[in-house]
Write a protein that binds this ligand. Sequence first.
Ligand SMILES: CC(C)(COP(=O)(O)OP(=O)(O)OC[C@H]1O[C@@H](n2cnc3c(N)ncnc32)[C@H](O)[C@@H]1OP(=O)(O)O)[C@@H](O)C(=O)NCCC(=O)NCCS
Length: 175
Amino acid sequence: MNGVILRRAQERDLESIARINAEVFLGDRDRPESAREWVECLWRAFPLYQYLVVESGGELAGYAGWQLHGGFHRAEPVIELDQIGIDSKFQGQRLAPQLTHYSMLELADWLKKKNDRIESHITFVVWVYALNFNAISVYAKDFTDGVCGMCTQFGNRAQVMLRVRLPVVMPVREK
Ligand SMILES: CC(C)(COP(=O)(O)OP(=O)(O)OC[C@H]1O[C@@H](n2cnc3c(N)ncnc32)[C@H](O)[C@@H]1OP(=O)(O)O)[C@@H](O)C(=O)NCCC(=O)NCCS
């Protein structure tokens, strides 16, 4: 699509990320100042937590927040897509699938440089409400192992976990 830019977030994006967060998620719905505090905390947690964004026509249209689990040097690393939010006026334009795909490649590249103990795969997971069909339709494209888990963390609304294990070829190690 014309005018779509996928990139890592910069500090100047935090205001827009918070605005979108307060628009599309329940946690700080309609509380942009509280969303800003939340986003700021996660931003400061880099590289444990990493934001990537999509711009469309020069506007920040959406973001994805990813979290590494269990340390930086696991032989079987796990990265979770914590949140992906697209501004409502940009929804339905296939921006989320592009951002998800781009993020996975970017994070895999980043992790291969950071972690010299990866054995054979990087595992990506995402938890999503089982009835959030729009999000599931996005995730099913890249989290191709499909549904691998289920929980009810927030009230009684069931969530399912989708997963993909991305094969990684690492250079020969000396030790
Ligand atoms: C879910 C979400 C990330 C999808 O992003 P997107 O860029 O709109 O993704 P797509 O354009 O690929 O649309 C995905 C599906 O949702 C549908 N859809 C998207 N926006 C819609 C809308 N506003 N109304 C109705 N359907 C919509 C699309 O038609 C598509 O359906 P299909 O796969 O059957 O054709 C986005 O809608 C969003 O931010 N939702 C609120 C936050 C959320 O639920 N995040 C995911 C959980 S972390």
